[in-house]
Design a protein around this ligand. Structure first.
Ligand code: SF4
Length: 485
C-alpha cells in the first residue's frame, strides 16, 4: 500500500510532516510519487492564509474524484482553525490534530483499513476512550483496504486538547534531508499578534522537555547533520510555560552549545523564530560563547512604527528592538541579521510606512521577508477593514525590497576576496553550478557539477556579488568531522 503527503505552510508544518511520515511508514505504507498511485492521501494544512485554504479544497476535490476509481482514505491535519475543521469533516475521511499523531494507526484501523502493520499485530491497538465513543456514534464499516467494496465509514474527527503533544514529540521523525534537520522545541503561541491565527490553530504555548531536545540534537550530531534548526513559534519564550520547572531558552542554547563544541563534529545550530519581547542578552551571550551556535539571528520586526506595533499587539516598540540590535552588534559583531516585515497592515498610513522604511535603513538587515498584509481568517485583524489599497501595498513592498537589496549588496560586497566556509545545499537547474550558505546564511554560488558535494562543507573564494547572493570559486572540500574555520 502506498501513501502520498502534501505539506503546506511554514517550516513548523514541514517538521511535523517528518514525524507524520515516520508513523505512516511504520504502518507499512511506502511513498507514492503520484497522488493517483496512493491508497492513503494526506494533507498537512495551513490556515494562516486564504490561499493555503483554497489549496486544501483544490486537493480534496481532486482526491474525492479519484475515489470513483479506487478505494482510498484521505486525511487532513496541521494548522486548522475550528471553523475550517468542521468544513473539512464533510470532505476528508479523517481530520485530526497533529498532537494526536500517536493515535493515527488506531484511527486508520478504526476506519476499516487493515494495514500490514495492523495485520502483524498480535494484540489489539489500544484505542483512546474518546475514539471508542466516536466509533459507536459513527457506525463504521469494517473493511479490508484491498477489497473492492466502497468505503462507507463516516468521517472521523479526533478532537482532544493539545495535551497529546508530548506523545507527538516522542515520535522519531523521518527527516527529509540527511544533512539539514529541524527540532521542534515547543508548540503553540501565547502572543496573539492581531494578524496571526497560530494561537487559534496550534493552541497555547507548550515547551518540549529539554532532555528530549538535547537527546534529539545529540543523535543528529552523531549522525553527521550539518545544519540543525531549533523550531517554535516563539523559541525564546521556551520554558516560561513550565513556571521555573524547565530551563530557559538561553540555558537550552548553552547546553546544546557545550555538547556540540565538545563533540568534535562540524555543524551549525540555528533557531527560528524568536520574539523581541523575550530576547535578552543571555540568549545573545550564549550564541557568542559557542562555536557551533550559528552567528545568524532572525528577529521579526514586523513594523517600524510604534502605533502599528501596538495595533499588531507585538508587545515591543522600536526602541526595544533597537536595544536588542545594539546588543547583537556589540556581543556578536559578525552576526548577520534577518527579519520579517508586513506592509499595508490595516490602517497603515504613509507616515507609518515611512517609519518602517527608516527602521530598515537603520538596521541594515541582511535579509527581510517582506509580506503584503492579507487577511488571515481567524486572526483578530480579520474583523478590521483591510483598508490599504492593493496598489499602495504593492508599491510599499517594491520600495522596501529595493532598499533591502541595496543593503544586502553593500554587505555582500564586503565578502569579495574572502574565503567562506559553505554548506552546499543544492545544484542549479542547468546542473552547472552548486549553491550553499555560509554560517550567516548568505547564499554563495560556485561552478561545479559535482553533486556529491551537496550536504558537505566546502571553502569558496568570493569573487562577485549578485542580488541577494554572492558567487565564487571552489577552493577546497572539508574532510568529514574536520573542524576548521
Ligand atoms: S508571535 Fe505572533 S506572529 Fe508569531 S506565532 Fe505568535 S501570534 Fe503568530
Amino acid at each position: 500500500m502506498r501513501y502520498h503527503l502534501v505539506t503546506l505552510g511554514c517550516q513548523m508544518n514541514k517538521s511535523d510532516s517528518e514525524r507524520l511520515r515516520h508513523v505512516i511508514e511504520e504502518m507499512g505504507f511506502i511513498w507514492a510519487e503520484k497522488e493517483e498511485d496512493a491508497d492513503l492521501l494526506g494533507l498537512v494544512a495551513c490556515s494562516v492564509r486564504q490561499k493555503a485554504i483554497d489549496k486544501v479544497y483544490t486537493k480534496i476535490n481532486k482526491w474525492n474524484k479519484l475515489k470513483h476509481k479506487k478505494n482510498l482514505v484521505s486525511f487532513v491535519t496541521g494548522c486548522v482553525l475550528p471553523a475550517d475543521r468542521d468544513k473539512f469533516l464533510k470532505l476528508f475521511d479523517l481530520v485530526f490534530q497533529i498532537s494526536e499523531l500517536a493515535q493515527f494507526p488506531a484511527m486508520l484501523s478504526q476506519y476499516g483499513v487493515s494495514t500490514p502493520f495492523r495485520l502483524q499485530m498480535d494484540q489489539e491497538l489500544e484505542l483512546p476512550e474518546f475514539t471508542k465513543q466516536e466509533s459507536t456514534k459513527a457506525d463504521f464499516t469494517q473493511l479490508s483496504f484491498d477489497n473492492k467494496t466502497t468505503i462507507t465509514g463516516k468521517p472521523v474527527m479526533m478532537n482532544k486538547a493539545d495535551d497529546r503533544i508530548e506523545s507527538f514529540w516522542d515520535i522519531k521523525p523521518t527527516y527529509n534531508s540527511d544533512f539539514e534537520a529541524f527540532i521542534p522545541i515547543q508548540n503553540g503561541c501565547d502572543k496573539f499578534c492581531t494578524y496571526c491565527a497560530v494561537p487559534f490553530t496550534r493552541g497555547r504555548e507548550i515547551s518540549r522537555p529539554s532532555d528530549e531536545i538535547i537527546a534529539e540534537a545529540k543523535r543528529l550530531i552523531e549522525d553527521g547533520y550539518k545544519s540543525i534548526t531549533l523550531l517554535g513559534q516563539n523559541v525564546n519564550s521556551y520554558g516560561l510555560d513550565k513556571k521555573g520547572d524547565e530551563i530557559t531558552f538561553a540555558e537550552l542554547l548553552r547546553k546544546i552549545g557545550e555538547m556540540g563544541d565538545a563533540s568534535g563534529k562540524d555543524f551549525w545550530v540555528y533557531f527560528t523564530s524568536p520574539h523581541p519581547q523575550d530576547m535578552g542578552d543571555d540568549v545573545i551571550e550564549a550564541i557568542a560563547a559557542h562555536r557551533c551556535l550559528a552567528k545568524q539571528i532572525h528577529l521579526p520586526l514586523q513594523s517600524g512604527d510604534d502605533k502599528m506595533l501596538i495595533r499588531m499587539n507585538r508587545s515591543h516598540n522600536l526602541n526595544d528592538y533597537r536595544r536588542i540590535v545594539q546588543s547583537i552588534r556589540r556581543l556578536i559583531p559578525e552576526a548577520t541579521l534577518f527579519t520579517d516585515i508586513i506592509v499595508g497592515f490595516t490602517g497603515e498610513t504613509d507616515e507609518q510606512y515611512e517609519n518602517t522604511r527608516k527602521a530598515l535603513a537603520e538596521f541594515k538587515f541582511n535579509m527581510a521577508y517582506i509580506a503584503r498584509y492579507s487577511v488571515r481568517p481567524g486572526a483578530r485583524s480579520a474583523r478590521w477593514a483591510d483598508d490599504v489599497p492593493h496598489a499602495i501595498k504593492k508599491h510599499r513592498l517594491h520600495d522596501l525590497s529595493a532598499l533591502l537589496a541595496e543593503h544586502s549588496l553593500d554587505y555582500n560586497k564586503t565578502l569579495i576576496g574572502t574565503e567562506q566556509k559553505i554548506l552546499v545545499v543544492q545544484k542549479d537547474r542547468k546542473g552547472r553550478h552548486l549553491s550553499g550558505v555560509n554560517e550567516g546564511k548568505i547564499i554563495v554560488r560556485f561552478a561545479s557539477n559535482d553533486e556529491t558535494l551537496i550536504g558537505k562543507f566546502v571553502k569558496v573564494k568570493v569573487t562577485s556579488v549578485v542580488d541577494f547572493a554572492t558567487e565564487g570559486e571552489l577552493i577546497k572540500v572539508y574532510e568529514e568531522e574536520n573542524i576548521e574555520a
